[in-house]
Design a protein around this ligand. Sequence first.
Ligand SMILES: Nc1ncnc2c1ncn2[C@@H]1O[C@H](COP(=O)(O)OP(=O)(O)OP(=O)(O)O)[C@@H](O)[C@H]1O
Length: 291
Amino acid sequence: MNLHIENLSKQYRAGVWGLKDFNLELGAGVLGLLGPNGAGKSTLMRMLATITRPTRGSISWNGVDVVKSPDALRAVLGYLPQNFGVYPNLSALEFLEYMAAIKGLDGKAARRRIDELLQVVNLTEAARRPLGGYSGGMRQRVGIAQALLNDPQLLIVDEPTVGLDPEERVRFRNLLADLAGERIIVLSTHIVSDVEAIATDIVLINQGQLLDRAAPEDLLRMLDGKVWQWVVPSAELPALKQNFRVSGAIRRVEGVQVRVVSERAPSAEAQAIAPSLEDVYLHRVGMGAHS
Ligand SMILES: Nc1ncnc2c1ncn2[C@@H]1O[C@H](COP(=O)(O)OP(=O)(O)OP(=O)(O)O)[C@@H](O)[C@H]1O
């Protein structure tokens, strides 16, 4: 199982690139695609899902050129797009039957698979209720169930936890973790804790380009000895933000407890602490200093 992406680029109009010269090689596992709004995550995923055509570059699936011959990949692809819409008057069961028909699954086999999937996503009891009355998390679980109908080898899920409350987010994350195994899962998000929990590999992406690709523990190692914490008077915070990359600030009775990413100790009182993936993200994507 191999997905090979080479110099992949998408230009929307003169000067506007959704993705530029992107290279990536993937085997089985969960890839967390992490980047801010507008980074190019959806553009990449839509090209992988064979919905958007690249401007240049190539994608190959087990050696087959996906742009020229998309069918080989489509047959083994599951895709949960961003803003996945549902039909409010259909029940989960009816919706999944409809999707199965579109995907060419036959009657009895389809029904067996749907029953199985409703259990996997824990919706068996709600299966006959109209989707309009479902919570956001339940809808996303229906979305993942439709993406799994054909037992895909490549499962693409675009920002699946947006708008979910913390409990639903954790539940959805656990579900994705359970689905890992002999398949490639590509999960995009701008929520660091989502990928921290389940990704075996992380790609940091910004402005259409790949910044880093590494296992979570290797990303953390990049900042070993470079994350500092201490308490400053509130009045000093704006100046500190001017001079350092502040990755966290928590109000305390005695002042503000700040977290700073810096090569050297930023203050005599600063203590080196263990880096978090959030520090790495803010450091690499460059949003920490003035946010
Ligand atoms: N259809 C389009 N036409 C023109 N520009 C587009 C189009 N789709 C995306 N873009 C631009 O391409 C860049 C990448 O967008 P993309 O949606 O891929 O990012 P993203 O990382 O998925 O962001 P988000 O988290 O907001 O969905 C952005 O600058 C965006 O404005």
